[in-house]
Design a protein around this ligand. Sequence first.
Ligand code: FPP
Ligand code: MG
Length: 666
Amino acid sequence: MTSVRSPGAIEATERLRAALAAEARTLHERLGIPEPAPGGKMLRPLMARAAAGLHDPGVEVLRGALAIQMVHEASLLHDDILDDCALRRGEASLAARAGLPAALVEGDHLLTSAYRVAASTGSLPFVECFSRAVERTVAGEKAQARAAGRWLTEAEYREIIAGKSGELFGCAASLAAHLRNDPEAAARDRALGARTGEIYQMVDDFLDLCPSARLGKPPLLDLKQRKWTWPLAETGALAFPDPSGFDDFVVSLFRPERGSAPSPMSRARDRLAARVNALIRDWNTAHPDDELVPGFLASWLESVNATLEREEAAAQGFPQGPAGRTGPGGAVAEAPSDEAAAAVHREAAALGGPGGWQASFATHARTFRFAARLFPAEQERLVAGVYAFCRFTDDLVDHAPDPDPRVLEARLRAWTGLVRRAWSHQDTGIPLLDEVLGETARRGVPVLYAEELIRGVAMDLEPSDYPDMAALRGYSYRVASVVGLWLTELFGTHAPVVLRRAEALGHAMQLTNILRDVGEDWGRGRLYLPLDRMAAHGVDRTSLDEAVRGGTLPEGWIPLMEELLGHAEADYQLAFDAIPALPVFFQRPVAVAARVYGGIHDEIRKNGYDTLTRRAWTRFPTKLRLGARALLELRRTRRGFTSSGEALRPFAPIAPLPPAVLRGGP
Ligand code: FPP
Ligand code: MG
């Protein structure tokens, strides 16, 4: 990516490049490693130098930085093969110039030699950190390959970039601290470096969606290759555009929504800016004398701003695409809005203050209320607030005075506008929003979770089928996972691996809910079961309808239910294993909620899997028993958990894996 660098940064880069090249020559003569010519922007070595706080870095810092740069160069050689990209840094990629085998082995050579260079620092802690960073870079790339073509969630994306882009930056930032055997500073700097790398990737991915960005590589490659990147979350779509709608989709990214609301990319930029500012603040606290890293971060943001301005101006002149929807849960047609907005405001304001929400929590959410008793009072108030938000959003549609879908959409749109205002600290006159969204903003949590939930509710406004598990997970992400993600981030946990487990708990609970209510949903004209799984077990709509009307259960029903219960149970387990990574006060309520809600599965089985004419529910004494068991299990899980999420491993998504990945194992 091109960004404007200060003369000081340019000088620092070239000085470091010369020093690294000289050290590479020495090591080439002494160790016989290939003699790399450190190219590109040298961001990772500069990161190492900035964190070392030295003008003339010692030889060990140079060697460590060189090892990291070699791995980075190797990864780009391989990346251009994987991405089938002929252009790199404005020139033909090695794969395009010399052919695939040459690029492959050149990458291998750099990668394998880098380990001896890393070892030449003489620091075991650094070599360990380095090896782990290389492994996780590759794991991030593998996760990206598995995810190709799928509409991802934020948490999945963040896990991918934490690996493929965060790790080497984190390793570079912690190099100096490792060399002086200061594990505490190393952990701090590693986290700061990883955040820098993730932001770098987010900027790269943002610019990839900008046709006019000058990146030294073809634009829109990610979108063409159906690689989900974070700004797409702002579009409200749930699938990649068809080739015929590709251009309109790209223009819609830069067009203000319905006249005055910012464009999706502009909202994405605002989120990025918030992350950049928070990182600059934290970096300055840890490294008050360094100007390089804040300078880079600011220059990346500048290039995003300049490109966005250009794209938005170009989108203005573009003919308007077909009006109306952009996809399920996406931007919706214009509708009678003033009246709807006034009604929504009135109804939301009538919810009153915290006393009112907590009362509603106590009466409605029986399982959650049961678990939430375990929260300290202050946190319980926030949980009740988030619950009330979800409930009210649901009721906006379920209890609307007029069932006309255009009115319902207008209500949800008005609600979204109020949510954004409250999150931007503008007084909405609605205590629930001002408190819950205000607190969300104060704690640095994106408004996206609340918005996604509204989009999830909007999905229920139109008839839709769920062709497979991945499609169903798009829905359960929006109506359930975002609640876990929202609370987890509100309570201060932002690590991507943990967030993915929070997401898994939402998928699990929503699936339990879906499996419990198949008959009831069918009666309302809704079917959430993945159609391919139904077909695989020979269950069709006709047999389902007959059973709901009191006929026998469809043949294949029990194996279908067992398969889906098994999916939910796997997700409950993934989530449970991560509970020790949460703040202590949050662990017990989550453990109890997961196991008590999961206990509905026992009741479903006891009812002979008849969820078509019966509703499974757990009695209070059973809840108590399950809750007590969950607390014991939590104690065991905690003992097996090393520290701060280190024991957690990324897990494969539900979508079928590409053959190459299957052959290579998980
Ligand atoms: C660029 O991402 C690629 C990476 C940050 C990591 C690539 C890692 C591998 C190919 C795994 C092999 C790793 C090693 C260490 C040999 P991008 O494709 O989004 O960015 P681009 O637009 O610059 O290509
Ligand atoms: Mg690439």
